[in-house]
Design a protein around this ligand. Structure first.
Ligand code: SAM
Ligand code: SF4
Length: 330
């Protein structure tokens, strides 16, 4: 699958649910209304749709959400997709999670063929963690992270950098990740979805964070790439990597290789644009065969836009895109 700008689309992010057991302040409003079940694709439908993408050239799938691991029986989707690894066309299956269910699920996830996972953890301080997630406790996430490590999964910690919230913690987090053998990836807040706060107050440019980290750590340039938008450095003192995802200060769209599928079968060709394709209709239409489904996918890829126009604007308080990250899949 090649888009109109010559970019090969080989990475599919799949939001398996819009629901979550936490309410991170930058991601969701406190009183979210979730989708009715009938609109949500079954796990079998998600597997069939992912299968069509794989046959069209997708090599990497990341399950995300909402919180992917709170979806009932989600392990069956890990297993069916995992069966497509090793010769089935899929090269990597992975997941982004808040970690709360990992104590229960890490072994099954590893057994399905997952090698590496991303766990979101914005703070190591229990009180800050609870404030950020509105009601979460840090212990299940920390226990989950160590369960994943014990299951043999490589863990990358994702943290959203927020001014005045966790900005004093990154030295500690980098040391903690180094100590336990995790990579760390810092993310700028993106203006997605109405949340009950002003984002201009939260926004912290990672150029500032990187400069501060350099006062205590040696960050060595590397050409390590995961095919994603992060720019990576090796931390000389720990030997682990640190990545920076800077959608607001650096335009990473030129090398974008991904599209995003929501749990209702809507395909977003860009995280930062409204255009989307409804794949649930052809998927559920008995008169549409496998070839018709693939045609619908290819039609959508042909509309992949050049890039996003994120801006955190003091005058215009509205988000750049109305839907939340939990809908499109972070
Ligand atoms: N629940 C899972 C988790 O938290 O890892 C997966 C879904 S979550 C939407 C995926 C990632 O998106 C998380 O790392 C989260 O911190 C990030 N995220 C959510 N809203 C964001 C925003 N407005 N700006 C930047 N990152 C955001
Ligand atoms: Fe849930 Fe992940 Fe959004 Fe936090 S970032 S509210 S854990 S979906």
């Amino acid at each position: 699958m090649i888009d109109p700008f010559g970019r090969k689309v080989s990475y599919l992010r799949v939001s398996v649910t819009d629901r979550c057991d936490l309410r991170c302040v930058y991601c969701m409003a406190e009183d979210m209304t979730f989708l009715p079940k009938a609109e949500v694709l079954t796990l079998e439908e998600l597997d069939r749709l992912c299968g069509a993408f794989i046959e069209l050239g997708v090599e990497k799938i990341r399950l995300t959400g909402g919180e992917p691991l709170v979806r009932k029986n989600v392990i069956s989707l890990f297993r069916s997709l995992g069966a497509r690894l090793d010769g089935g066309g899929l090269k990597e299956l992975t997941v982004t999670t808040n970690g709360t269910q990992l104590v229960k699920l890490a072994d099954d996830i590893a057994a399905a063929g997952v090698k590496r996972i991303n766990v979101s953890l914005d703070s190591l301080d229990p009180a800050t963690f609870t404030a950020l997630t509105r009601w979460g406790k840090i212990e299940p996430t920390l226990d989950g992270i160590f369960a994943a490590k014990a299951a043999g999964l490589a863990v990358k910690i994702n943290a959203v950098a927020m001014k005045g919230v966790n900005e004093g913690e990154f030295d500690r987090m980098l040391a903690w990740c180094g100590e336990h053998g995790f990579d760390l990836c810092l993310i700028e807040t993106m203006p997605l979805g109405e949340i009950s706060q002003d984002r201009t107050d939260q926004y912290l440019p990672l150029s500032v964070v990187r400069a501060r980290l350099r006062e205590n750590w040696t960050l060595e340039e590397t050409d390590y790439k995961t095919g994603g938008p992060a720019r990576y450095y090796t931390v000389k003192e720990t030997g682990r990597r640190i990545g920076f995802i800077t959608p607001m200060t650096h335009n990473f769209c030129e090398s974008c290789n991904r599209v995003r599928l929501t749990c209702t079968g809507t395909l977003y060709m860009c995280l930062g644009q409204e255009d989307a394709a409804d794949l649930r209709r052809p998927l559920r239409d008995p008169s549409v065969d496998e070839a018709g489904l693939k045609e619908a996918i290819l039609d959508a890829i042909a509309r992949k836009p050049k890039g996003h126009d994120f801006v955190i604007d003091r005058r215009r308080k509205a988000p750049a895109v109305g839907r939340h990250m939990s809908v499109t899949g972070g």
